[in-house]
Design a protein around this ligand. Sequence first.
Ligand SMILES: Nc1ncnc2c1ncn2[C@@H]1O[C@H](COP(=O)(O)OP(=O)(O)O)[C@@H](O)[C@H]1O
Ligand SMILES: [Mg+2]
Length: 376
Amino acid sequence: MGKLNNPFVIGNYAGKHYFCDRVYESKELIDNILNGRNAVLVSHRRIGKTGLICHCFEQPEIRKKYNVFFVDILATMSLQEFVLALGKEIIKRLKPKSSRFFDSLKNVFTSLRGGFKIDTQTGDPVFEISLGDIDSPETTLDEIFRYLSTSEKPCVVAIDEFQQIGYYPEKNVEALLRTKIQHCPNCKFIFAGSEKDMLINMFNSPDKPFYQSATFMQIGKIELDKYKEFVVGLFEENKKKIAESFIETAYNSVDGVTLYIQFIMNELYQIIPQNGEVTQVLYDKSLDILLNKQSFVYTNTLSELTVRQKEVLFALAKEDENFEVTSAGFMKKYNLVSTSSIQASLKGLTAKKIISVEDGRYVVSDRLFRLWMRKL
Ligand SMILES: Nc1ncnc2c1ncn2[C@@H]1O[C@H](COP(=O)(O)OP(=O)(O)O)[C@@H](O)[C@H]1O
Ligand SMILES: [Mg+2]
C-alpha cells in the first residue's frame, strides 16, 4: 500500500503501519481461529472491532490459510436481506475470473442463477443480484453453507453487527444459523457487535441456540501510552512534532474512543506544516475547524429533538463522568423538573442512538458532538 497523505485514517483499514497496537487482541482472535473456535467480539461503538477484524484478516497466518469473508449486517432487516448480503460477499470475494469457475459457481448457487450474467460490452462474467432474486432465502443459505463446507481452503466468515439478527421478523433465524454453522466444521465464524446485552443473551443463555458456541472477547479502548507512541511516530516520520500532553488531552476529551481521537489527530496533522510543531493555539484552532465542519449536522440533530430532550442532552454533555442523571443535585443544577420526564427523554435519545449506556452510565455517543455542545 502506498504512503498516505494523512496517516490518521478514518473509516477504513489502510494496513498495519496506520493501525495502532491491538497486538494482544489480534493474537487472541487469530489463536481462536487457528484453534477452531468461533469468536464473539464486543465493544462499545467506534472502538475498533471492525478494524481489528480487517487487521487480522491481513495477517499472513490467516490470509494464506483461509478464504476470508466479511459482511456487515447492520442495515439488514430480514433473513432475506441477510442471505443477500452474505451471498454477495462470498461471490464478490471469489471473483470468478475464468468462465469455468464462473460456471461452477453458477452450479453451486442454483437459486441465484439469474444473477450470473455476461457483460455485453466486455464479455466478462459478472454477478449481480438484488433482493427480488432471493425467492427462497433458506435454499440460498443452504447453498452458501454447502459451498463453504466444500471449499478447498478453510474459511473464516466475520459477521459484523451480528445482534441485528435479533431484530428480524422471522423467529427461527438463530436456530437456523446455528444448525448450519454446526454442520460446517471447515468454517470459523467471528460475530461482532456493539450491543453487548443482546450478544450476551444470544451466546450465554442456556436456552438459546448459540449458547456457548463461541469464545467471548471484549475489546477495550486503545491504551493511552500505546496511542501516544503511535501518534508521535507518525508525526515524526513526516517531520512534524507533537508533545504527548496534546495527545493525552485529545484522548481524554473523547474518552479514548478510537474513531473520535483519529478524527482529532487527522485534523491536527493537516494543520501542522512540515517541520512545524503543535502549539496550544494550533490545537484549539484545529479542534474548532473540526467541530465547525460538523456544525450543520449537529444543529440539524438538535432541531429534531423536543425541548426536554435537548435539556437532558445538554446536561449530560456538560457533565463529566459518573454523574447520576436522575439525582436531585443534577436535576437542580440543570433545572430539570421530574425524574419521569428525564427518564422519558433518556429513552427517546437512546432510541435515536444519540446517547447510549456505556459501563453503566449514559453518555453522548458521538464524542465530537459532546465537545461541540460543551463549546456552545
Ligand atoms: N487500532 C487502530 N488504529 C487506528 N485507527 C483505528 C484502529 N482501530 C480502529 N480505528 C479507526 O477507528 C474507527 C472506528 O473503528 P471501527 O473498527 O469501525 O469500530 P467499531 O467496529 O468498533 O465500531 C475507524 O475509523 C477505524 O479506521
Ligand atoms: Mg464496526
